[in-house]
Design a protein around this ligand. Structure first.
Ligand code: TUI
Length: 307
């Protein structure tokens, strides 16, 4: 399936793996790229040198294109932004902010820049700043989210910009890919399905929680403070939302959840840790290799789109 995105990135399939914080390290990124998609290393809150190490490890195992997601709220965003240039990374996506200040440096280095946006306004602005494509990410996604749904955001962004659009949020099978194409997308970005990939090195408790999730098992913390995060309901979300409703200051809540994602991902504490996942977790019920997932989804999407 050739689109402007597969051509731009030099990939076989129009599937990009989300740059998930603490999850998207070298093993997952390399496996997705090896399977013909675009694997991403999630910079998250990691220092530049940690990201450099991941980049080198991916290069050791695959010649295929891969990228890095720069999380703009990270205290290390400036460092990571330089490391991707120094390491000759070909594709950069950004999240949780406006990457304009890095655009000139990245473009001069020949990097394909793909900001993740949650609004038409930011998509337009990114096109004007020289972005090569945008990811239009709906509120169905896991992690830090915007307000608009994928169904409403993707066609509005596709109408507003001329650069290619990648759809994200609520997509985890060939039906979702076909639907995204119908809305005007030329590729999809997926996170939640890849959480349970065999090559994804997160704790088995995290995977089990996703595998067992039902349709309405996700919730959103931090809405009242303007930092909405979608994750699966547990003891942590119940306590957080209770305190939030009582008007607890943001700094206190931040303190409470500090390290909570790492606790869930690495230690498997899915009761008091943050289990970030999208609304589509209810449909993700099988552990497979990245190649099995991608081949299966592309076959299903191809059949639907060929009808
Ligand atoms: O970035 C994400 N998802 C994420 S990042 C993350 S880790 C994290 N750690 C600490 C605090 C917050 C997050 C977990 N999940 N997705 C891309 C995304 N970007 N979603 C929404 C946005 C966004 C929102 C507002 C992008 C730009 C924006 O406004 C920028 C502006 O200046 O207008």
């Amino acid at each position: 399936m050739k689109t402007r995105i597969t051509e731009l990135l030099g990939i076989e399939h129009p599937i990009i793996q989300g740059g998930m914080a603490w999850v998207a390290e070298n093993h997952l990124a390399a496996a997705v790229s090896q399977a013909g998609g675009l694997g991403l290393i999630g910079g998250a809150n990691a220092p530049g040198e940690v990201v450099r190490d991941y980049i080198r490890k991916v290069k050791e195992v695959t010649d295929k294109p891969f990228g890095v997601n720069v999380m703009l709220m990270s205290p290390y965003a400036d460092d990571v932004a330089k490391v991707v240039v120094e390491e000759g990374v070909k594709v950069v996506t950004t999240g949780a902010g406006n990457p304009e200040k890095y655009m000139e440096m990245w473009k001069a280095a020949g990097i394909r820049v793909i900001p993740v946006v949650a609004s038409v306004a930011l998509a337009r602005r990114m096109e004007r700043s020289g972005a090569d494509a945008v990811v239009a990410e709906g509120t169905e996604s896991g992690g830090h989210i915007g307000e608009a749904t994928t169904m409403t955001l993707v066609p509005q962004v596709a109408d507003a910009v001329s650069i290619p659009v990648i759809a994200a949020g609520g997509i985890a099978d060939g039906r979702g890919i076909a639907a995204a194409f119908m809305l005007g997308a030329e590729a999809v970005q997926m996170g939640t399905r890849f959480l349970v990939a065999k090559e994804c090195v997160i704790h088995q408790n995290y995977k089990d929680r996703v595998l067992k999730a039902k349709d309405i098992d996700s919730t959103v913390t931090g809405r009242s403070h303007g930092h909405p995060i979608r994750c699966l309901r547990n003891q942590m979300t119940r306590e957080y939302i209770k305190l939030e409703n009582q008007g607890t200051p943001f700094e206190e809540l931040e303190y409470m959840t500090l390290g909570a994602l790492r606790k869930a991902v690495q230690e498997g504490d899915v009761a008091t840790g943050t289990v970030m996942a999208g609304q589509i977790a209810g449909m993700v019920s099988r552990e497979q290799t990245c190649k099995e997932m991608i081949d299966e989804m592309m076959e299903q999407a191809g059949k639907l789109l060929g009808r």
